[in-house]
Structures are given as C-alpha cells and as structure tokens.
Design a protein. Sequence first.
Length: 58
Amino acid sequence: MKSAMASPERQLIIEALEANGWNRQKSASMLGINRTTLYKKMKKYDISFEKIMAQSNG
C-alpha cells in the first residue's frame, strides 16, 4: 500500500522538475516545499535527470 501512495507524489515531483527545466529550487517552490525536502524526496523515489531520461528513451 505504501508504494501505491508514493507513486502520485513521485509523479508530481517529476512533472515539477520537467516543468522547471530540472531547476530544483524552482521546482521545490512550485511544490510548496523547501529545496532540502525536494532533494530528500528525489533520493527516496530514486529520481535523477539521467534515470528519467533513460526511462523515457528506453
């Protein structure tokens, strides 16, 4: 159940990053969280520019 609830948050983070050209400060502001929290969530959900680009190209 935990992973089912995490998926929407992960997707929101990815969408915010893409909308802001992967600028983490702007993305955090858009999400209403601080930059440190965004970094922690990116690590938690294994989000990185390289991994997302590899997934979309593969």
